[in-house]
Design a binder for this molecule. Sequence first.
Ligand code: GLN
Length: 283
Amino acid sequence: MTITEWLTHARERLAQTGCPDPDVDARWIAEDALGMTRQDMVFEGDRAIPRAQLYTLESMLDRRAAGEPVQYILGSADFMGLRFRVDHGVLIPRQDTETLVEAALIELRQRPGHPTLLDLCCGSGCVGLSLASLAPHTHVTLADISPEALEIAKANQKALEVRAELKQGDLFNAVGRERFDVITANPPYIPSGELPALQREVRFEPALALDGGEDGLDFYRRIAEGAGDHLNPGGAIFLEVGINEGPAVLALLKEHLPCVQAGTLKDLCGVDRVVFAKTRNEE
Ligand code: GLN
């Protein structure tokens, strides 16, 4: 079978099995398994695929046809122009979450010296490590309850060659009484009852990273309650939120923090995606 023939066969199979993006996924799998660029595959499309590589391609295609996200099959995902290693222990970085990184980045760049950042629920580390890379004057701490997630975050930290401390624990328990200038988090925020109805691909991701309790807001309540004890005066917090959760999360931050400014930011699709609060300078 030639490369072009395999791509056609893979596209058709993925389309039939309900994959939303058969063309892109077939190409990504082929690029990875054959170690070729998109251009190589066009120019060398008539080349026959050796048996061993065909076997690899077919087993990757089987996994994708069964609904597994292509990023888990490839073992990586791109986010903020950086490549992150991922596996089943972490949520796949979403483009939506770049809104959170961009907002925190503006805040960190306005802070002279060496501001401190705590990224809670760090998962693969995509938020905190992107910030460590893009705002290298920042002292970054990543925290997660999941040892599996921290292992991936550690691998990503090494691969990206950025400085960051990694700590295991349940939300603020990971950092004792330490305070920070900026806090970020993309916590689990899907209401528990909605988990079974999620897209087939999302059901391959860890429920621990998605389940936000009955109304989806459990983690925001705990983060809002603890943030006052973990932000320096004049500190700021940025939280990713799910669809329609903005107003409730904004109210929680205003209730628990001495805010001088608070609001909601939209993602590229125009959906409220980040809630932030900046706190008073004096104690
Ligand atoms: N954005 C993810 C989704 O919609 C959820 C991420 C989260 O719970 N933090 O599937």
